[in-house]
Design a binder for this molecule. Sequence first.
Ligand code: ATP
Ligand code: MG
Length: 287
Amino acid sequence: MNDQAAKLRKRIEQLKAYRQAKTIAVISGKGGVGKSNFALNFSLTLSKNQHKVLLFDLDIGMGNVDILLGLTPKYSIVDMFDKQLSIDDVVEIAPNNLSYIAAGSGLNEIFSIDEAKFEYFLKQLNDLIHSYDYIVFDMGAGVTQQSIYFMLAADECIIVTTPEPTSLTDAYAMIKHVTHKNNQLPLFLLVNRAINQKNGQQTMQRLQQVVNKFLARDLAPLGILPDDHTVMKAVTSQTPFTLYDPHAHITRAMNQIVDQYITNTINVNKKVPFTFINKLKQFIKER
Ligand SMILES: Nc1ncnc2c1ncn2[C@@H]1O[C@H](COP(=O)(O)OP(=O)(O)OP(=O)(O)O)[C@@H](O)[C@H]1O
Ligand SMILES: [Mg+2]
């Protein structure tokens, strides 16, 4: 019996070693376009679909996912360094069994720390890669010298824009910047706050065409989320909108986006193991 239990444990360990999270960075050019609300509710919906998901707030100095969740996290990623904790200690459990790491303040320091600390950070991240199916990074708006490493190291980026010309222009500038650094990085486009389906589709097509014409690359359509009062009400009550109103227009749109995302990416197997960690290591060493 003991022998069997040991075998089973070994098998579980082996399976865990094979599991490799897909890393997704949620980015935007302009601020306030809905990245955090999208990242949180996308992660919650993936979680609800039995995937093991970690949402990592990387909005340096401005992280606010805990406010959207109505949670007061015990620790943030900054404490991992200051208090010598393991990354498991700083993971909070949110609804739908979603794991969550708060940004804390002074987070930018973790990127300019000494090499030994950075190695420690990478080792902790490596453990995470084996423990989750998806790791979603909620990034700050625009690009900072530090956040670019995470975007480029991620398996894919989701760029969020609204139909407003200012948001679109900034989204284009962001895509251009990222493309100059790596034109192979898979980019998905999420149009948020569409007034109606036509407005959303036009926005999507316009940006796809410009990117295709001037940057010679594809922008995969992730989906369209409507402008919906539910978001403001949900933010005010500090409850993610998908939980605040499971029947709202925007919640149904999110369910559809996640269903499609899972169906379209399920068969895509990554060939090179640990690419995220390796890439991050390389960027930091080269800077
Ligand atoms: N689909 C939507 N419908 C209506 N209002 C929305 C929608 N998405 C976002 N908002 C509004 O925009 C505000 C900002 O959203 P959010 O904090 O998610 O943006 P952000 O891109 O993460 O901002 P930052 O760049 O500051 O991190 C929300 O508090 C909400 O009022
Ligand atoms: Mg945000």
